[in-house]
Design a protein around this ligand. Structure first.
Ligand code: NDP
Length: 337
């Protein structure tokens, strides 16, 4: 049973020394347990926070512990009613080949789900984050302009597509021409601006001639800087993530602009609300599952996944995720050992 365990807390960007790949015996299910074999491991930006012991909404992974993570696994052996060998389950095995479970909090996906790994993306946590954050906090109305950061990732791509279904103008912000072309040509966004372009702020302003009514924030940094002046009175900002800051070791140097920002929020009567998806909106999950399931099945919402073969490549793939090397939802295909 290969396991990625936390070796040291990263200072800045995680490195090859942050996690160790070790091997242990495959555990045996006893009593009220089942043995799960990881088929897919989800890589998500929040994992950077779990590597750190800074105060957060969730407890950190301890040194020597297996990295946490959502997985789609297959039941190998089960002593639990409702789970039989061969069932696919949405589980929390973390970064390892095998794990034991008592079944608590797991979802049985059945013997032959159409796309097992999609439970880690569009039909799971990231899709739910987009759906609830946009609708509950963004409250977009037809005809309004939505700007969305990290526009081709599982959250951002879904936010933008829901915005189009709700009759809004959608402006994506993504890293590079290829991602931007995809957002417009495949996802149907009205525009998508490359945040690496020298004149990024100007391009964003031109693409938002009526200002921005909803800004779905996932990155922070210079993207947020460029968005603030474009916000309309009574704009709403679902504050979902700040991925450009996850590897930061301190606050940026420069003038303190806190009071300037507070003034913008005050004068424009902006609503800025952070949220942690299951803490805040867990009660809406059944509504999400029904609506998103329908949209995906009918082709109204598209989903792009990037499968990387082999658990041994997980650390490298995770470091790349924080740098925007992913194009779509990054999932490790752990596969049969
Ligand atoms: P993504 O697949 O979108 O990956 C993160 C993306 O962020 C990268 O691909 C990259 O895209 C972009 N990025 C990285 N660094 C920068 C930078 N310096 N400036 C601008 N963009 C950058 O991830 P997800 O869709 O899974 O998650 C999106 C966000 O939502 C994250 O912030 C995550 O933490 C948050 N989240 C929050 C939840 C909550 O409950 N609050 C739940 C789930 C996710 P590009 O190449 O386009 O720049």
């Amino acid at each position: 049973n290969r396991q990625w365990v936390l070796a040291e807390r990263p200072k800045g960007e995680p490195t090859k020394d942050t996690l160790n790949l070790i091997e242990e015996a495959i555990p045996v299910a006893s009593g009220n347990q089942m043995l799960l074999r990881t088929e897919f491991l989800s890589l998500d930006p929040y994992m950077r926070g779990r590597m750190s012991d800074a105060p957060s909404y969730a407890v950190p992974v301890e040194i020597g512990e297996v990295m946490v993570g959502s997985t789609v696994a297959q039941v190998v052996d089960s002593n639990i009613d409702g789970f039989t060998p061969g069932d696919y389950v949405l589980s929390f095995n973390g970064w390892q080949d095998y794990a034991l479970s008592d079944g608590a909090g797991l979802t049985n996906l059945g013997k032959s789900p159409l796309h097992p790994s999609w439970a880690l993306g569009i039909l799971g946590m990231p899709g739910f984050t987009a759906w609830a954050g946009l609708k509950q906090i963004g409250e977009p109305k037809a005809g309004e302009t939505i700007a969305v950061a990290a526009a081709t990732g599982p959250v951002g791509a879904t936010v933008g597509q829901i915005g189009k279904l709700m009759g809004c103008r959608v402006v994506g912000i993504a890293g590079g021409a290829e991602k931007c072309a995809y957002a417009v040509d495949e996802l149907g966004f009205d525009a998508c601006i490359d945040h690496k372009a020298g004149d990024f702020a100007d391009q964003l302003a031109k693409a938002s001639p009526d200002g921005i009514d909803v800004y779905f924030e996932s990155v922070g940094g210079k993207v947020f800087d460029a968005v603030i002046p474009l916000l309309n009175p009574k704009a709403r900002i679902p504050l979902c993530g700040l991925v450009s800051q996850y590897n930061a070791t301190g606050l940026p140097a420069g003038p303190d602009r806190m009071n300037w920002l507070m003034g913008q929020i005050l004068r424009k009567k902006i609503k800025l609300q952070g949220f942690i998806i299951f803490d805040d909106f867990g009660y809406l999950y059944p509504d999400f599952a029904k609506e998103m399931g329908g949209w995906v099945e009918s082709g109204k919402i598209k989903y792009r996944e990037e499968n990387i073969e082999g658990l041994e490549n997980a650390l490298h793939a995770f470091i790349g995720l924080l740098n925007g090397e992913n194009f779509g939802k990054r999932v490790i295909h752990v596969g049969q050992q």
